[in-house]
Design a binder for this molecule. Structure first.
Ligand code: 13P
Ligand code: SF4
Length: 305
């Protein structure tokens, strides 16, 4: 007899075809969700996939700002987020009103917003970035102008050290990545002296300082595939370990911290993906006036990417 997960998967695949839908999943999703997705990637790769798809429906297995970005790029498609509570707490640390106030204090500053932000915040920004292109993007900004970087202070701090550009940083942070501590890295390096340490730039600066590589989740996937070393200490959300092990069965991946779980990412399940496809809800749709302004910031990013 077929087990219930197998039945769910079969039904999802059948409905996906009937709805002309594509399933996009972030690297932090549950293993079983990654396994049924048409594409798994980082925020930049997922926005590029959304922009290029000819599907009529996008089922976004990730958090709310990612689905919003798909809606910004594909206004004619139906974008579904299987659980509306799947929001990114860091993105919620800044509002459009808050940003407008800050801009008044720094008139003339270029506003760079991390993609982990709402569409309204993107609409108030000059250019968007992800962890995969933030350094390159800030490097390209004209000199002399002040830069206001929102909302991740740690990504902002990392970009500032790499580019030598001073930036005004919004005090946001990722509650998942701050759980990774420098003591974790020091202990694991001691236990695995041959291992390379790769971390996400949302980590605390003292953790970033101890890493061999600082990469987006997509960058971590590529690093793992190409590295000669057999052991990698991974400083990011635990969901990525599924894909790393699946794609590199001969290498060993050691999570920097077992605490680094993003509960909102884990709200997406096979059950609610099926429900979403049945109901064609909940839909994420960015209002046109906001979408057009947010699109300018996202398009500027994609040009550089
Ligand atoms: P990536 O764009 O590197 O996948 O990061 C997204 C994210 O939310 C990290 O916490
Ligand atoms: Fe947001 Fe952090 Fe979760 Fe990424 S891991 S979605 S930044 S809370």
């Amino acid at each position: 007899m077929m087990d219930s997960d197998a039945r769910l998967v079969q039904e999802i695949l059948r409905l996906k075809q009937a709805r002309k839908a594509v399933i996009l999943a972030h690297n932090y999703q549950l293993g079983e969700v990654q396994d049924i997705a048409d594409f798994v990637g980082d925020s930049l790769e997922l926005s590029q996939k959304a922009a290029g798809t000819d599907a009529e429906v996008i089922v976004f297995c990730g958090v709310h700002f990612m689905a919003e970005t798909a809606s910004i790029l594909c206004p004619d498609k139906t974008v579904l987020l299987p659980d509306m509570h799947a929001g990114c707490p860091m993105a919620d640390m800044i509002t459009a009103d808050g940003l407008r106030e800050k801009k008044k204090e720094h008139p003339g500053a270029t506003v760079v917003c991390y993609i982990n932000s709402s569409a309204e915040v993107k609409a108030e920004s000059d250019v968007c970035c992800t962890s995969a292109n933030a350094v390159r993007l800030v490097d390209k900004l004209a000199d002399r102008k002040e830069i206001l970087f929102v909302p991740d202070q740690y990504l902002g701090h990392y970009v500032s050290t790499k580019t030598g550009r001073e930036m005004i940083l919004w005090p946001g942070f990722c509650p998942t990545h701050i759980r990774i501590k420098s003591q974790d890295i020091i202990r694991l390096r001691g236990e695995h002296p041959q291992a390379k340490v790769v971390v996400h730039p949302e980590c605390r600066p003292e953790v970033v300082a101890l890493a061999d590589e600082v990469l987006s989740t997509g960058g971590i996937i590529r690093f793992a595939a190409n590295t000669e070393v057999q052991e990698v200490i991974v400083g990011t959300e635990l969901g990525i370990i599924h894909r790393l092990r699946k794609e590199n069965p001969d290498k060993r991946f050691i999570p920097a911290s077992e605490q680094a779980v993003c509960p909102r990412m884990k709200l997406i399940t096979l059950e609610n993906i099926l429900w979403t496809l049945e109901e064609m809800a909940p839909e994420v749709k960015v209002p046109e006036e906001i979408r057009l302004r947010a699109r300018t910031a996202v398009d500027r990013m994609l040009e550089v990417a």
